[in-house]
Design a protein around this ligand. Structure first.
Ligand code: ATP
Length: 309
């Protein structure tokens, strides 16, 4: 038995590693489509979060095609430990900001600093390990609910998975699935709603608990009531842990309590401040806010409900 257990253990760990690397490959090739566009410097040191995750864009220029700039000389600072929202018209480059931070692409001018380190100078893995992203549409693996949440924190216990799902307000729903946490989801599994999928994605990031959290329309498929309740939980965790977070959102009600709201327009910062400051300014943000509030009160439920991007 003793003799046998060694190779079995060994096989177990090979299996785990293989499984992790398969997931990583999936991430690499199908989910994020990363690395094709960037190059890591030889012997790049790991990212060190000496200030707790301060993000700076300095005169950043970027476009997917040379003849169509998306970000134009963009400069902004996201202080460590703060909740920042990025809003603005569709296509103005909000998701692009997050992709640049994750180094899915590199800037074409200027630089991006995290705690004073140019992100092109640090080890890409260490950068990405520091970041958790809830993208607009989270792909699920053809695997159990539990594995889908655990993805990215493979050593987490079942209790930790459950705690994350509770905070993401999806635990009760999972318990009603045919096999609970062992229910298979994904294309070949149980069909689940967009809102449930989004909450699994939020569970995943809460479990991973990275120092920097980016939410890209992460709650857009939820009804207003569920969205507000989930935001209360997320905000509580972010505040308690002092995490730096960036929220891209259309529904201003989900982000109006941010420490800083950045309004992007035509590749530049059009306005920046707290909700109060931006309302007093009576500019683009104030106009958007009042339009959404009018709709919110008119239909009695919410603006944009169920509306696709
Ligand atoms: P939305 O609010 O609609 O999500 P956004 O502000 O997040 O929009 P981005 O996704 O950052 O906008 O896109 C900015 C612009 O770049 C858009 O015009 C988009 O069509 C274009 N774009 C985005 N990704 C690519 C890509 N991979 N290749 C070419 N163009 C792209």
């Amino acid at each position: 038995v003793f003799q046998l257990s060694v190779p079995l253990n060994f096989l177990g760990s090979v299996y785990r590693e293989l499984r992790q690397s398969l997931l990583d490959m999936e991430t690499l090739f199908s989910l994020q489509k990363v690395n094709a566009n960037i190059q890591e410097k030889p012997n790049a040191p790991p990212l060190v979060l000496s200030k707790g995750g301060e993000i700076k864009f300095e005169n950043v220029n970027f476009g997917y095609h040379p003849d169509r700039p998306i970000l134009k000389n963009l400069s902004l600072t996201i202080p460590a430990g703060k909740k920042v929202a990025v809003v603005g018209p569709s296509g103005c480059g909000k998701s692009t900001l997050l992709r640049l931070l994750f180094r899915s692409y590199d800037v074409q001018g200027g630089r991006i600093l995290i705690d004073d380190q140019d992100i092109r100078d640090v080890n890409v893995d260490s950068l990405r390990r520091s970041i958790g992203v809830v993208p607009q549409d989270t792909p699920l693996f053809n695997d159990t609910v539990e594995h889908n949440i655990r993805y990215g924190s493979i050593d987490a216990t079942h209790e930790e998975v459950v705690a994350a799902a509770q905070r993401a307000r999806v635990h009760d729903i999972i318990q009603q699935f045919p096999d609970g946490y062992q229910t298979k989801v994904g294309e070949r599994g149980l069909m689940i709603s967009g809102g449930e999928k989004q909450r699994l994605a939020v569970s995943r990031i809460l479990l991973k608990d990275p120092p920097l959290l980016f939410f890209d329309e992460a709650t857009s498929a939820l009804d207003t009531h569920t969205e507000q309740a989930l935001m209360v939980n997320i905000n509580g965790i972010l505040r308690e842990k002092g995490r730096t977070s960036v929220f891209v959102a259309h529904r201003l009600r989900t982000i109006f309590d941010s420490d800083i709201i950045i309004v992007l327009n035509e590749g530049k910062v059009a306005e920046m401040g707290t909700h109060r400051e931006l309302i007093d300014r009576a500019g683009v943000y104030a106009e958007l806010w009042s339009a959404q509030e009018t709709r919110f009160h008119d239909d009695g439920t919410s603006q944009n409900e169920g509306e696709e991007e």
